[in-house]
Design a protein around this ligand. Structure first.
Ligand SMILES: *Cc1c(COP(=O)(O)O)cnc(C)c1O
Length: 395
């Protein structure tokens, strides 16, 4: 398939959407799929739907589809909960594998929720655990034999800097640490080979580059040799070996289903399942190559035409995710002005203008037009209008 495939998405006419790294746009067909889940399945089948409509198997069925996109075996990925919760669950499981060690190692480029979750778990355990943070560039050197778990996000949400997953995982294993990768900004954008990386766990969300919609459930990957033994900790009834025996003691399922917790979000999963059909028609290699080209073009255009902005992202596309960020003193207001002019990126504190390039619906022409608009705003200081300086709750 040749990219882009704009006809597969419902994006407002005239809008250049450079924020698929935060919330992907709605694919055509999702509204009808959700409508079908409600009007045909829920309305007609009611509780029978768990059996007749495949709702019960959905977290594993959809997990298998996500598995293909991240280079994982069938039966090693399951959907459910939010990413923050899956970070918690994987951290619990990872720490239990190294009971004599007390350090969780992460980096300062990690998304705050991952770090906050680690802090909460440390407080809950109350056994002298610590969260150690290093710079992304030097975190590899901080992996030693005191580290129980290395928890890293592949692509930095602010700068787009990408880690070397294989090298870091190898270092973690050489020191006896467990490796957890967060693929939030990688799944659906990068050609991930999670199983080849050999990490024990990976987690990610599906509302970014996988276009599952706001609130779409997260996924968790468990390395195949561990799926029947890893401890789920969030041991809800749907992770039980036989949930409908209603036993009083928890016995985990013998497979990836042990990482399920409670009732899955069926309507949201039906949106995601439909959205994932897009990937039947394209390959991650194709998407990745196009995204690097778009990012390179954007950097070249901005640097020649908008010298007020300073590049924060790696210049080398192979070490960059699918986003490009620039620093600018008036970043928030400038982004508001851009959005008002139908070029939608986002702002990240303190001074970051962030632009995501999803080649399924963005092409070179859009990149040029976006920079035209950006240049117009900067050259005329349009960001200086009071209405662009008022902070929204969500940036
Ligand atoms: C987007 C993102 C999250 C968000 O977590 P939710 O629980 O889905 O809100 C967490 N971690 C990383 C690394 C992210 O990029």
């Amino acid at each position: 398939m040749t990219l882009p495939r704009k006809e597969l998405f419902d994006i407002p006419t005239g809008m250049i959407y450079l924020n698929g790294n935060s919330l992907g746009p709605v694919p055509i067909g999702v509204a009808a799929a959700v409508e079908k889940t409600i009007s045909e399945q829920w309305a007609n089948q009611l509780v029978k739907g768990w059996n007749t409509c495949g709702w019960y198997e959905q977290p594993v069925r959809v997990g298998n589809k996500v598995a293909k996109l991240i280079g994982a075996s069938q039966g090693s990925v399951v959907m459910g909960d939010t990413l923050s919760i899956k970070v918690f669950q994987s951290l619990c499981a990872g720490l239990a594998m190294r009971p004599s060690r007390k350090v969780i190692l992460s980096d300062t480029g990690n998304f705050p929720s991952d770090l906050y979750i680690a802090e909460g778990l440390i407080a809950l355990k109350d056994q002298g655990y610590t969260l150690k943070l290093e710079d992304p560039e030097t975190v590899i050197d901080a992996i030693d034999d005191t580290v129980a778990v290395v928890l890293l996000t592949d692509v930095d949400y602010r700068t787009g800097r990408k880690h070397d997953m294989r090298k870091l995982t190898q270092k973690a294993h050489s020191q006896g640490a467990v490796m957890i990768w967060d693929l939030a900004h990688s799944a659906g954008a990068l050609d991930i080979k999670i199983e080849q990386s050999n990490c024990e766990f990976a987690v990610g969300c599906t509302y970014k580059y996988l276009n599952g919609g706001p609130g779409a459930p997260a996924f968790i990957y468990v390395r195949p040799d561990l799926t029947s033994t890893t401890q789920p900790f969030l041991s809800g009834w749907m992770g039980h070996k036989t949930p409908f025996d209603f036993e009083q003691r928890f016995v985990p399922a013998k497979n990836i289903e042990r990482m399920r917790t409670g009732t899955p979000p069926v309507i949201q999963l039906s949106a995601l399942e439909e959205a994932l059909k897009i990937w039947d028609e394209t390959t991650m290699q194709e998407v990745r190559a196009a995204s690097i080209a778009l990012g390179d073009l954007f950097i070249a255009e901005v640097e020649t035409r908008c010298p007020q902005l300073a590049l924060l992202s790696p210049r080398d596309g192979s070490t960059r995710g699918s986003q490009v960020s620039f620093a600018f003193e008036h970043a928030y207001a400038a982004m508001q002005a851009l959005i008002a002019n139908n070029v939608v990126g986002d702002f990240r504190a303190p001074n970051v203008m962030r632009f995501g390039f999803a080649p399924l619906y963005i092409d070179a022409n859009d990149v040029i037009k976006a920079v035209d608009t950006l240049k117009h705003i900067l050259d005329n200081a349009l960001w200086d209008k009071p209405e662009y300086k008022e902070r929204n709750r969500v940036t």
